[in-house]
Design a protein around this ligand. Structure first.
Ligand code: MN
Ligand code: MN
Length: 321
């Protein structure tokens, strides 16, 4: 049983539309707070989209995800898991980025995570565009070494560069992470890949390094359980990061993102894949690319908040089904 200090505010006690919105109505415990060292899983906002090459907006993601996550209740509907009672969870606040400087922003992000990891906190990130994952992985690798990764996305994010040599964009983070030795490519699986392509450069890099791509055609043909059994086998028992780009989900269910691709999983499959992560040794996870300016209904942010809850359940060692 976790410390009651870290339990979220219940909708029985204060209506969900009232109060200052933190992730899942958890206490706000920034670095320097007297309880910072007692946090086990920290939800962190990274309001930053300077790696975006097309439609921007994920800099507004953490604030919208905090608001949408006030709908999250304490208990999982299927498994009965109560993650806030299994671990001390808190909102650690936002990394303050420099929206005019990519390198400076990445250094600020890594430093923020270094402090959390030094306190023994496992990070669950709300982005932010997908370049966010790179400075997070740089911090995690200092503690954990090269990690496996289960990556949900319609894109590989394994391109080399954009615009004649710019190597840090939201289309390049995992190529950099492999080059920098942050990921063990043979323990990396990318699920849901689809859409028109520039060329085969990213897929060639995956093949050359042993990264397993599960294209959307295979995902639909095999189904969630079969695909995720293979994903668990690839990640194995070693330390594993989970990166979840909301554009993995079909734009019917998640239109609020910068680079949507048709033909994707529905919102039920979007949470089912998280439940199938149970049993993995997850040392961090993220939900990225929620872009509120393109999310007219707010439904994308609510799906993103729901996915964060599913990830939290498996991170606290509780199966989602
Ligand atoms: Mn991505
Ligand atoms: Mn994507």
């Amino acid at each position: 049983m976790s410390d009651p200090f870290f339990h979220p505010v219940s909708g029985f006690d204060l209506p969900r539309f009232a109060g200052v919105p933190t992730f899942m109505r958890l206490p706000y415990v920034p670095n320097g707070h007297e309880r910072f060292g007692d946090v086990q899983i920290g939800l962190i906002g990274v309001p930053w989209d300077s790696g975006t090459t097309n439609r921007p907006g994920p800099r507004h993601g953490p604030r919208q995800l905090r608001d949408a996550s006030t709908m999250i209740r304490a208990q999982h509907a299927i498994s009965g898991a109560r993650p806030f009672e299994a671990a001390n969870c808190a909102d650690l606040g936002d990394v303050g980025p420099n929206p005019a400087d990519i390198i400076d922003s990445m250094e600020r992000i890594t430093a923020f995570y270094d402090a959390a990891l030094a306190a023994g906190i496992t990070p669950l990130t709300a982005g932010g565009d997908h370049l966010t994952s790179l400075p997070v992985l740089r911090s995690l690798a200092k503690v954990h070494g090269p990690m496996g990764m289960v990556h949900f996305d319609s894109h590989t994010d394994l391109m080399n560069s954009y615009f004649g040599g710019t190597i840090y964009t939201h289309g390049t983070p995992f190529r950099r992470a492999v080059e920098e030795g942050l990921l063990d490519p043979k323990r990396v699986v990318q699920i849901g890949i689809r859409g028109t392509m520039y060329d085969t450069e990213d897929r060639d890099f995956a093949a050359a390094n042993g990264i397993r791509l599960i294209l959307i055609e295979e995902f639909h043909a095999r189904g969630v359980e079969d695909v995720m059994a293979e994903a668990r086998a690839i990640a194995g028992s070693g330390k594993t990061y989970v990166s979840y780009d909301i554009d993995f989900v079909d734009p019917t269910f998640a239109p609020g993102t910068g680079t949507p691709e048709v033909g994707g999983p529905n919102s039920y499959q979007a949470i089912q894949v998280c439940r199938e992560l149970a049993g993995l040794n997850i040392i961090g996870a993220d939900m990225v690319e929620v872009s509120p300016p393109f999310d007219a209904s707010g439904g994308t942010a609510f799906l993103g908040a729901s996915i964060l809850f599913e990830l939290l359940c498996v991170m606290t060692g509780q199966s989602g089904d």
